[in-house]
Design a protein around this ligand. Structure first.
Ligand code: F6R
Ligand code: ZN
Length: 182
């Protein structure tokens, strides 16, 4: 039996996922500034808020194949509001997803199609099931980097417009070290 290395070089816990099919996205504050409630005028728009690594496995058109990815979020505050991902529902809402906490402290915000909103705590070792109809957004509530792994169908797609049309009704602030959801 031939024993091989993994088909990509991963150090999830270290926040690294590499390989030939990796796509990397970087979100800076300038990409997200409009989404924050109380952004000051003097914000450094070059600040990196989060990085997304994703690895497409197999044929991206073949339903049933899976991507995996990694989101690395920095402990940034904007007007006291904790760093959050843009958030999306899957374009194909039959496609669910799993998130798994690797490092740091955060919240995973959910919103269903009726606007019902709730959250789960994210930490190293936590597992999170995301129904394909639920909008999902990560928030870094900790003082360190939040690293979250993910696995989702290659055919899921991302619908960001839905979240822009139906904004999350909850915001997460950190004031004097305390997390406040408003
Ligand atoms: C994939 C998925 C994650 C997110 C990532 C960044 O379906 O949920 O890989 O894409 O956490 O969040 P967004 O895409 O909302 O900027
Ligand atoms: Zn998703």
């Amino acid at each position: 039996m031939k024993i091989m290395e993994p088909n990509a070089v991963h150090d999830f816990y270290g926040g690294v996922i590499t390989g030939t099919a990796v796509k990397t996205g970087v979100k800076r504050l300038r990409d997200m500034i409009g989404a924050y409630k109380e952004a000051g005028e003097a914000e450094d728009l070059d600040r990196v808020m989060y990085e997304v690594y994703s690895f497409e496995n197999g044929d991206p058109a073949q339903a049933g194949n899976l991507n995996w990815g990694l989101t690395v979020m920095y402990p940034e505050l904007v007007g006291g509001e904790c760093n959050f991902t843009r958030g999306h529902v899957h374009a194909d809402q039959s496609c669910a997803e799993i998130y798994f906490g690797l490092d740091g402290q955060g919240l995973l915000l959910f919103m269903d199609q009726d606007g019902g909103t709730w959250a789960e705590k994210v930490r190293r070792g936590s597992l999170h099931y995301i129904d394909g109809r639920w909008a999902h957004r990560l928030v870094n509530t900790g003082d360190g980097v939040l690293k979250v792994g993910a696995c989702w169908p290659v055919t899921a797609g991302h619908d960001y417009q839905w979240v822009e049309d139906h904004p999350f009704p909850v915001r997460v602030f950190k004031k004097n070290g305390e997390i406040i959801c408003i």
